[in-house]
Design a protein around this ligand. Structure first.
Ligand code: HEM
Length: 486
């Protein structure tokens, strides 16, 4: 022991010196990177991992998801420098006006810049991988396919048919994990809308592959056999193959009627099959997890706020009564537009749920910010939408579910001008699926609250890590409402 002590001291000392030198070197490189600019204030955290762990630990805290932001905001302000997600040259912004500016200047001062592992999976033509003219063209195609007026014709019927079938299955099961069930429901919806696939063995296989694909997007990006990331690439190959089969089938049998987005895309002669395949896969990805989470979160929030649930039920019961109170009565576009309180519930669910937590941009030129700081060209700006949506400064009692706060601001145009509420992003990449997502959620809520009463089987909590989810998956027991006043 007496002999080993000096040796272990020596090893400890060498490690300490090496660690210290590495830290200094890292700081030097980091500073040199700034090219002498007056950078926004902030801190680098640990070498390599930077502040990533503090960031995730912060947003994972159920009662204080803004903790990481709050601490930095107090020290540095709403725009600060950090070292996150393996990026040492990153600025985080929770400043609503600056966020709006960043989003509105896409393609000019800024450009989408998502992590490479994600871009590899969504493919080189996945919308978040493309820039410039191709992005404009594909974005325009998506907007056109999913625009407001088209939804009433192309989507309402399918969504309601699938909801009626699915809710009948839930009724038979009685005890369900709502998050998982909504996941499956939206996958079936997307399979129908994109590829005209009805629930079947093939759809199940597609759904399973898509599950692996989504998991890979959230996994550690190490591509060796057996890892979630590697499984994601296999799933991608399978899904792309299925889309190609769909394309071939439509080309071989042009007389067959398919009311889906793939058929509509094939009519746009200027898009190659490779682009179409990545485009469809990206829509599946972008429209799935976000929409399905919004459904289970809405039910979670309503369960915890009986007054809001009563008001929502009253709106939908009245609607059903106006329509003659028939079972599985289909709603039309006017019915949808008449759901005023439902729109408040949807906005509040989007604000608290943060299904698109933030967006990545790269500065294409040096950008001046408040206080005379400079974000150098090539740096990443992380527009952290969650940080603004949960900020008491912009939304009083921000962690409380309060749908009534939206009653004054229902007009969409007024909402779209509000930079402290941007659940669908903004500017040239404003989510083209926003109207579809809201329609799906409204129709889901209508069917769910008019058909069921329910009780939570366990207390559940929200985690925003790595993406918003309910930790226990929202286990509930369903009871059929025999009559509307039930
Ligand atoms: C609650 C539901 C949804 C939320 C919160 C949401 C959120 C977002 C956000 C924040 C962006 C901007 C990304 C950026 O600027 O970098 C985006 C983009 C996009 N979303 Fe959604 N989304 C939802 C549903 C959908 C649906 C249902 C679809 C389509 C089926 C869809 C398709 C897209 C596409 C294609 C883009 C890329 C646009 C581009 O880069 O040009 N989204 N979404």
């Amino acid at each position: 022991m007496a002999e080993t002590l000096p040796y272990s001291w020596l090893v400890g000392f060498v490690c300490f010196v090496l660690g210290f030198l590495l830290l200094q070197l890292y700081k030097l490189v980091w500073r040199a990177d700034s090219r002498g600019y007056r950078l926004p204030p902030g801190s680098t955290g640990w070498p390599l991992i930077g502040e990533t762990i503090s960031f995730f630990r912060g947003i994972n805290s159920t009662d204080q998801p803004r903790r990481y932001i709050q601490e930095r905001e107090r020290r540095y302000g709403e725009i600060f420098r950090s070292n996150l997600f393996g990026r040492s040259r990153i600025v985080v912004s929770v400043d609503p006006e600056f966020n709006k500016h960043v989003l509105q200047h896409e393609g000019r001062q800024f450009q989408a810049n998502y992590p490479k592992p994600l871009r590899n999976l969504i493919g080189k033509f996945g919308l978040l991988s493309v820039h410039g003219d191709l992005q404009k063209k594909l974005h325009g195609t998506a907007v056109n396919l999913l625009r407001f007026e088209r939804l009433s014709v192309d989507f309402m019927e399918d969504i309601q048919n699938l909801l009626h079938i699915t809710l009948a299955k839930w009724q038979a099961k009685r005890d369900i994990h709502l998050q998982e069930e909504c996941h499956q429901l939206v996958l079936n919806l997307m399979a129908k809308q994109l590829l005209d696939l009805s629930p079947s063995k093939e759809t199940e296989e597609i759904c399973e592959a898509f599950g692996h694909f989504s998991d890979a997007l959230l996994s550690v990006p190490i591509r060796i056999p057996g890892t979630a990331y590697a499984r994601g690439f296999k799933a991608r190959e399978f899904l792309i193959k299925k889309i190609y089969e769909g394309i071939e089938d439509r080309r071989k049998h042009p007389q067959a009627v398919h009311n889906d987005l793939l058929t509509k895309l094939l009519k746009e002669d200027s898009l190659s099959e490779e682009v179409i395949a990545d485009f469809i896969l990206f829509l599946l990805f972008a429209g799935h997890e976000t929409s399905s989470r919004s459904m289970s979160f809405a039910i979670k929030f309503l369960t915890g706020c009986p007054r809001a649930l009563e008001e929502l039920k009253a709106e939908h019961d009245a609607l059903l009564k106006r329509k003659g109170n028939q079972k599985n009565q289909k709603l039309n576009w006017d019915d949808y537009q008449s759901m005023k309180f439902t729109q408040c519930v949807i906005n509040e669910t989007l604000r608290l749920g943060n299904f698109g937590p933030g967006v990545f941009r790269e500065a294409k030129e040096d950008i001046k910010t408040k206080g005379g700081f400079m974000i150098p060209r090539g740096w990443t700006v992380y527009v952290f939408l969650t940080g603004t949506h949960l900020d008491n400064k912009y939304h009083s009692s921000a962690l409380t579910f309060d749908p009534w706060r939206w009653q004054q601001h229902l007009q969409d145009q007024e909402l779209s001008k509000n930079p402290s509420f941007m659940p669908f992003g903004g500017g040239a990449r404003l989510c083209p699926g926003m109207h579809l997502a809201k329609l799906e959620l409204a129709l889901f809520l209508h069917n769910f609250v008019t058909k069921f009463r329910w009780e939570a089987l366990q207390h559940d909590k929200i985690s925003y890590f790595p993406f918003p989810r309910l930790i226990k998956g929202l286990p509930i027991r369903l009871h059929l409402r025999e009559r509307l006043d039930d």
